[in-house]
Every structure is written in C-alpha cells, then in structure tokens.
Design a protein around this ligand. Structure first.
Ligand SMILES: *[C@@H]1O[C@H](CO)[C@@H](O)[C@H](O)[C@H]1NC(C)=O
Ligand SMILES: *[C@@H]1O[C@H](CO)[C@@H](O)[C@H](O)[C@H]1NC(C)=O
Ligand SMILES: *[C@@H]1O[C@H](CO)[C@@H](O)[C@H](O)[C@H]1NC(C)=O
Ligand SMILES: *[C@@H]1O[C@H](CO)[C@@H](O)[C@H](O)[C@H]1NC(C)=O
Ligand SMILES: *[C@@H]1O[C@H](CO)[C@@H](O)[C@H](O)[C@H]1NC(C)=O
Ligand SMILES: *[C@@H]1O[C@H](CO)[C@@H](O)[C@H](O)[C@H]1NC(C)=O
Ligand SMILES: *[C@@H]1O[C@H](CO)[C@@H](O)[C@H](O)[C@H]1NC(C)=O
Length: 836
C-alpha cells in the first residue's frame, strides 16, 4: 500500500508531461476566428494557420436552421473542388485523427453531390465517401470518423480528392489530432481463425492504420471527450442490443472503487467505463436460454480488432469461478471460461481482452458479439458481464486502405416498404457460401415467378405499412402515460415478468384506475423492426375485435418506450400446456376446444374483417389461454393486410418462425392466407404429439414435426408419435378426423390446403366425434387397440412392417437406418398391449 501511492503520482506526472509536449490540434475548418466547443476546448480556424492551407478552397457557413448540431466545429466548412492537402507537422508516434462532417447544402454545393477520398499517404482513409449517405443511414445530421495513425515522417499530409462525378466536391468541418500512447497493446495472445478453421496467432503491426468503428460504454451513459483523457467519445450500448434481451445494467457498489492494475494503464479506458456494466440478469434459467448479443454493422472484407473491457463491480462476486462465460464473435467461440476475477484478481480491478476476426465479402454486414454462461465451468452464477466494447477496423494490408462502400441510399428503397428495406439492410448476410446459395435461390424464385406471372397477376410489394409515417390511431385504443405503466408494473419489476419474446419483455401489471390485471409488453426501443412491429400491431389489433383475438387495451409511446397493454391471459400460452412444463396435461377435448377457438380467430382474420389479414406468425406460443381456457390468437407484429379484396396475395420479405413457415411462401415470397393454414397445421400436430415444431437433436427425418408427422401418417404410423398421455383417451374417429385435417393443412401447395373455414368445420366435427363417445360412456381404449401388427418381415436390406389400423392395412418398408426406430415403435406397441 505504501508503495502504491508514489507510483500513482509518478504516472500522473508523466502523463501530463506527455500531454504538454504534444498538444492536440483542433481545426475548425472554414471558421473566421477561434471558438470553443461545448466541452470548452478552443478550436482554431484553418485559414491563416501554419498547416499550409490549399488555395483552391472555399470557406462556407452552414444554413443556421438546426439546433441539434453543435456550432463548433459543425457550422462552418471548407470546400474543395480539386485535390487539396493539409500538412500537419507532428512528432513521431501514434495519433488519433478525428474528422468531423456535417453534410448539408453549403451555398450552391449540394450535399448529395459530394463524393470524395481522403488519404494520408500511404493510407487511404476514405474513398468515394458520401457523408450524406452515411449520415442518412445512421440517422444523424452529422458524423465523425476516428482513425489512429502512426506518424513516422514527422508530417501528416491529409489529402482531399473529389470524385469525378458531376458537381462533386470534398468538404470538411473539423479536424482533430490527438497524440496518443500505444493503446493497441494486448494483455492476451490474440488468435484469429483462418479460412481453413485453424486458429493462428495474430499481432497488430505498429505501423498499421486503424479505424475506430464502435466504442461503447456498456451498461452506462454516453461519455463525452471531456471525460476521457484521450478525448474519446463512448456511446451508450443499448441501441445495439439484439432483440429484447437487454439483461440488466448497474454501476459499482458504493464501497467498490475502480483501481487500475499496472497492466491496465488509465488511458485504456476511463473509470466510468469500468464502473458501469451490463449482465444477463438474476435468473439462471432465463440466462441459459439466451445470448446477451450486440449487433454492430461493419464493412465486410476487413479484419477487425475487438476489445472487451471488464470489471466486477458488485458483491458478491469477488472470487474466481463465480461468474464464468463464453464470448462469441460472429457465431464463433473466441473465448471459453471468461472469468473476470481470474483476469483482474479482484473486484473493482479492470481487465481487458482483445480478439481479432476476419470478415468476408463487401458492403455492410452485421458483426454479432454475444455472451453466454459457460456451463462446463460449473460457475456459481450462470451469468455474463461486460463493461465496455471497442471495435477497430484494420487496414487492408495489400491496398493500405480502410475505405468501405457507402451504405445504400435509404431514401430510395428498391424493394418492399421502407421499413422492410431497413431490416433487410441490417441483416444482409455476406459470406460467400451464403451468397452462392442466395443466387441459386433467386434464380429459382425468378423461374417460379415467371411461370406464375403468366397465370395470374402478381401484386408486387404493395404494402399498407405506411404506419411508421402516420400517427397512431388514438381514437381506437387508449394511451397510457409511462407513469401509469411504471406504477402498474412496480417499475418493471422482474418478479412480474411473464415472459420474454422476440419483440420485448412481458410483465403482469395492474392498472389501478381500471381495477384490472393486464399484460404489459415493453419492446426493445432501438430496433427498427421493433418500431415497425409496434405500429403494425396497434394498427391491426385496434381495428379487430373478436373473442378469439387478444384485445389490445392501450399503448404507451415516448421517451424511447414502446409499450402495449393487453388483456391478461391467466393461463399463458398453449405451448406451456403441451410440453416442457410442470402443468398437468390437457385432455383431448380441451385440446380440441382450444384448436377450434384459435381456428375461429384465424378464420375471422382471413374473412371477417374488411380486409383479409394474414397473421404470418401462427404458433403455439402465440395462442394464449384465458382463465376459462378460451383460446386467443396474439402477436400481430408480423401481420399483413392484403391491399384490396381482389388481391389474392402479396409479395413480401419472408418472415415468421422456423418450423411453422409455409414452404411455398418461403420459396416464392408470395403470402396468402394459406400460409397461416400451413402454420396452423403444424400447431395441430404439435397439440397431438406434444413436441416442438423443430427438434434439432433428433435424427434428420424427425427434426421437422410437419414432415415427420405427415410421413408417419402416410405409413399409418402416426399413432406411435402422439402424446403418450392421449393414448387410450381419444375416440379413434376423432383422432383420425383431426390427423387428416392437420395433414391437409401442411400440404406442400397452398391450393391443396383447406381454408380456415374448412379447418374449423373439421375440427368441430372431430370434437363432436369425441363428445359422442364420451357421452355414450363408452370406455375408449383408443387407437392403439385398433392397430394390429400383422407381420414384420426382415430381409437383409429392409424391414417391412404390416399392420391393420381400423380395418385398413398399412405396409411400410423401413430402411435399415430407420429400423431401430421401427423396432422401438414395435416395442411400444407391444407394451401398449401388455399393459391393457
Ligand atoms: C458555386 O458558385 C461559385 C461562385 O460563387 C462557383 O465558382 C462554383 O463553381 C459554383 N459551384 C457549383 C458546384 O456550381
Ligand atoms: C507532405 O506534403 C508536402 C507539401 O505538399 C511535401 O513536401 C511532403 O513531401 C509531403 N510529405 C509526405 C510524407 O507525404
Ligand atoms: C510507430 O511505428 C514505428 C515503426 O515505424 C514503431 O517503432 C513504433 O513503435 C510505432 N509507434 C506506435 C505508437 O505504434
Ligand atoms: C460499506 O462498508 C461499510 C463498512 O464495511 C458497511 O458498513 C456498509 O454497509 C457498506 N456499504 C454498502 C453500501 O455496502
Ligand atoms: C449468427 O447466427 C445468427 C442466427 O443463427 C444469424 O442470423 C447470423 O447471420 C449469424 N451471423 C454471422 C455473422 O454469421
Ligand atoms: C449463442 O450463440 C452461439 C454462437 O452463435 C450459438 O452457438 C448458441 O446456440 C447461442 N445460444 C443461445 C442460447 O442462443
Ligand atoms: C461512389 O459511390 C456511389 C454511391 O455509393 C456509387 O453509386 C458510385 O458508383 C461510386 N463511384 C465509384 C467511382 O466508386
């Protein structure tokens, strides 16, 4: 302890000496006189400075209409119509170079005409760069670019070159140069996985040019340059969190202060980064179910250097193996057994870890950064933590370039509604293999499209989803204040959590004024898709009222909150009553009644309202049950309204849930109500077999429930895969009617599927058949009694099983690799007999 203090002071002195000897350069381009920014730093004008300003330039002022833009350095600019260079004499070593752009029309220069390159020989920093397109894509009026360069020649020449497009020009609002220590020193060996899946060690060349792409204060507020000794900005990370799984954020325990160990110099990151964190949450069960994931859009085709900042800041985590997790980047494991205390030694002590990743392709892609508890380590808490995250782009070694492509223009979407265009852009897969498959798929879809164009008119991309531009129909449902919502949920108390869905967290709430229990769905305020689905759900639900549709009571929007308030469904989702839960199994009659209710709700959607509404996400988790077991269809976030009654389908981006997705829709992108019928057929099989629509662990042919059930049904084997609880409890006729209906629903071709109305009639008939038997008081021993195994012939290559079910004979040939399965169902048959 005695030694620590003088050491700390010595570091401080050295640093201030460094800062004094290499002052920052702050250039307010085009400005007439020195001025100070919001942090009180003085920016000097570029004209009349020592940095040899080129003559072929013009200083201009921005039109003064925007109050959200800081005056310094944004409201003046320098414009270049031909190649021009600033020359900065600098000491040898690394600097941060920050470039500030405010793309508006300056005098007679139109922002959208501007395309230009910036080089710092030998590095290309930006190429054919459109500040206007980038600003549009990120939704900000101004943008900055931060580079880190190692100046070796004692001078940094920054050259602006307008592209050769008509009326093009280059411009810059501000230039900042900050000498920095070598921050790219790693505390851990860096591995990178090469194209052959082999991990090789990786080092950053001290001469490389590096661009900062993201710098996030995870779980904390944005940090401005004033609070960072290298004048860095740190962004709040919440807008990059994937889905609704935000985890929880917190700051340091008052008794814990941040103390930097020798291997983590204070300039690595400010105290405030380490003093706040995001973790997965208090519930180990929930944490095991999800990945805490950030999605960061990056330029494809570059190497990235990703730095994670960690610090344990809350008791009781003070020892190793208490919180251990895995780190994934782009779905690859980059770190197992991540244990912050093992790295840092103690609570309150920062640590950082660096990883490198390769990306392929070109254009924009999403970088996935994810954390998940490491189960293998058997830690005390199944949880993960992160305090800060930085993503750096490394120069291309061949071309010395850091330049990526401009984002696609957002104002001119090519396909689909503006909202779908955004979601499509954000999730564009880039790897070459995916590209190859996509090309094939597109070719195939084109052939199909051409074929069907001849037959009937294809409605291309008419979508009535202008909802994001139009205000919410306030006359249709009630608006709640955030205060009311917070009171109703005890400020979103986790103990009131009913579930976490793709769109948000759902809480149980009580609205006092109405004296009723409600379900409150709080959505991820930052995802574009979230905004679209939010409005879509309000629009759809507020126009539809039906006993078998969940009622929307109201909504709350503002302060970046999107909250929907529904009738509370006391018995939860249908799936909760089918499998993977402690709930008692439903009787066959109850299951039939629930399916009939849901079918009525869907039938109403398809035919009852003014326009046909296609739900697009029919599944057992979207069928809810109230206290009287009345089924209600919910979650209209993906629903689509057909434009007019004459249109039979719309072409759209494929959305929905795997396992329930209509194959025809998936291939042809044409949405009709028969897509819902397909999904509903999967629901029927799920109800019958009490297993999920997809189970990846099963043998290939059994993974997809619809395929497997149809296969079994065709061979007369369906009875062997039904919910064992139902065996002997179903009227055989009822079972047969139900199975036949489900099979028709999942027909490959939409035209072969029944309408929702037909499905409803058949299910009602199946219910009558069951009730008839129940009323007769006849003990229904069920279908198993009726299956008689007549023969089982084994040859060297196949096994043929013949059996009689209700007088019909089914012979099925079973290939050897499926034989064990056939034998096991044979065994269960024998067991069924011997039990009765
Ligand atoms: C803008 O006007 C200036 C003269 O005021 C002229 O020199 C320049 O060429 C014009 N630029 C464009 C893009 O029209
Ligand atoms: C920088 O520019 C100056 C003048 O334009 C030139 O003399 C010098 O050689 C350049 N230096 C480098 C390293 O490009
Ligand atoms: C800059 O590059 C030189 C080699 O040209 C290297 O010796 C030096 O360590 C580098 N400095 C930093 C801060 O990376
Ligand atoms: C901080 O430590 C003191 C003394 O150990 C203790 O009394 C106090 O409760 C602690 N405060 C918190 C917030 O843990
Ligand atoms: C990672 O996996 C998710 C979901 O499985 C997928 O959507 C995403 O494209 C993958 N990301 C990358 C970079 O491969
Ligand atoms: C977490 O991400 C990894 C890598 O993408 C993936 O393999 C794993 O299935 C994910 N786990 C969960 C629970 O989503
Ligand atoms: C410059 O970027 C624009 C917009 O991304 C693009 O249309 C144009 O083809 C590019 N020009 C060159 C020369 O790359």
């Amino acid at each position: 302890m005695k030694n620590a203090r003088p050491l700390f002071c010595a570091t401080l002195i050295t640093l201030s000496v460094v800062a004094d000897s290499k002052p920052s350069i702050l250039l307010n381009c085009g400005a007439p006189a020195p001025d100070s920014d919001l942090d009180g730093r003085i920016w000097t004008p570029d004209s009349g400075s020592e940095f040899s300003l080129p003559s072929s330039s013009e200083s201009v002022a921005a039109p003064q209409q925007v109050s959200s833009v800081a005056k310094v350095p944004y409201l003046t600019a320098r414009i270049f119509t031909s190649t021009s260079t600033y020359s900065f004499p600098l000491a040898v070593g690394r600097v941060f170079l920050r470039l500030y752009f405010y793309p508006v029309n300056y005098a007679n220069y139109t922002a959208t005409d501007s395309f230009f390159s910036i080089t710092a020989v030998p590095y290309t920093l930006l190429h054919n760069f459109s500040a206007s397109l980038v600003a549009d894509a990120v939704g900000s009026p101004y943008i900055t670019r931060e580079f880190s360069l190692n100046v070796s020649a004692g001078v940094l020449n920054l050259t602006f070159t307008p592209s050769s497009t008509p009326n093009s020009f280059a411009f810059i609002n501000g230039i900042e140069i900050v000498p920095i220590p070598d921050i790219f020193v790693s505390n851990n060996p860096i591995l990178i996985t090469d194209a052959y899946g082999k991990s090789i060690s990786y080092e950053i060349d001290p001469e490389w040019a590096i661009q900062t792409v993201y710098r996030l204060n995870v779980g904390g507020r944005a940090i401005t340059p004033r609070d960072d000794e290298l004048f860095r900005s740190w962004e709040d990370d919440s807008r990059y969190i994937f889905g609704a799984a935000f985890g929880v954020t917190y700051s340091n325990d008052p008794n814990v202060s941040i103390s930097y160990p020798p291997q983590v110099p204070t300039y690595i990151a400010p105290t405030e980064v380490y003093a706040t964190a995001r973790s997965m949450g208090p519930d180990a069960g929930v944490n095991l179910q999800y990945n805490l994931t950030w999605i960061l859009q990056v330029d494809a085709g570059f190497y990235y250097f990703v730095r994670f900042h960690f610090c344990e800041i809350q008791y009781p985590i003070t020892k190793t193996n208490q919180r251990v997790f895995d780190i994934f980047i782009n779905n690859q494991t980059v770190q197992k057994y991540a244990d912050v205390i093992a790295w840092s030694g103690n609570i309150g002590v920062p640590a950082y870890r660096d990883y490198a990743v390769i990306t392929m392709g070109s254009g924009q892609m999403d970088m996935w950064v994810a954390l998940h508890p490491d189960v293998a380590a058997e830690p005390e808490y199944y949880d993960a933590i992160l305090n800060g995250l930085e993503v750096f782009k490394l120069q291309d070694i061949g071309s010395n370039s850091l330049a990526g492509l401009n984002p696609e223009s957002v104002s001119h979407p090519i396909v689909g509604s503006p909202n779908e265009d955004v979601s499509r852009k954000n999730h564009k897969p880039v790897p070459a293999i995916v590209g190859g498959v996509a090309v094939l798929l597109v070719a195939f879809c084109l052939i199909l499209l051409c074929k069907c164009r001849r037959k009937k008119k294809v409605v291309a991309c008419h979508e009535t989803s202008s909802c994001c531009a139009s205000p919410i129909p306030s006359n249709l449902c009630r608006h709640f204040s955030i205060t009311t919502i917070k009171a109703a949920t005890k400020d979103f108390d986790e103990s009131l959590l009913l579930g976490i869905g793709g769109f948000g967290k759902v809480y149980l709430g009580e609205i006092n004024a109405m004296g009723m229990k409600v379900a409150i769905k709080r959505s991820n305020p930052t995802s574009d898709q979230g905004v679209h689905e939010f409005h879509s759900e309000i629009e759809t639900l507020s126009k539809l009222r039906h006993i078998h549709l969940v009622s929307l009571i109201g909504y709350c929007q503002g302060n970046s909150e999107m909250i929907l308030v529904y009738d509370y469904m006391a018995r939860g989702t249908l799936r909760d009553h089918l499998y993977n839960s402690q709930k008692p199994p439903l009787s066959w009659k109850q299951r039939l009644e629930i399916c009939i209710g849901a079918a009525r709700g869907l039938h109403y959607l398809h035919t009852g309202a003014k326009h046909t509404v296609i739900h697009r996400d029919v599944k057992t988790t979207n069928i809810l049950l109230d206290e009287n077991w009345v089924a209600k269809v919910s979650d209209f976030g993906l629903s689509k309204t057909l434009p007019t009654l004459d249109d039979t389908h719309v072409s759209t981006m494929v959305k929905g849930s795997f396992g329930y997705l209509d194959p025809e829709y998936a291939w042809r992108h044409q949405l009709t109500e028969k897509s819902d019928v397909y999904s509903f057929g999967v629901v029927l099989f799920e109800v019958l077999c009490a297993r999920p629509a997809l189970v990846h662990m099963l043998p290939d042919e059994q993974v997809n429930l619809a395929d497997w059930a149809v296969h079994c049904q065709k061979n007369g084997n369906l009875v062997y895969i039904i919910d064992p609880y139902l065996k002997g409890r179903m009227a055989p006729e009822s079972f047969e009617k139900f199975a036949e209906t489900a099979e028709k629903c999942v027909a490959d071709v939409g035209a072969d599927r029944p309408s929702m109305g037909d499905v409803l009639q058949n299910l009602e008939f199946a219910l009558r058949l069951q009730e008839h038997t129940d009323d007769d008081g006849e003990i229904t021993d069920g279908i198993i009694e009726n299956a008689i195994l007549t023969s089982m012939v084994e040859s060297s290559t196949t096994t043929t099983i013949t059996k009689m079910i209700r007088g019909r004979s089914f012979a099925s040939e079973v290939l050897p690799y499926k034989r064990s399965l056939a034998l096991s169902s044979h065994r269960s048959l024998i067991r069924a007999y011997s039990c009765s």
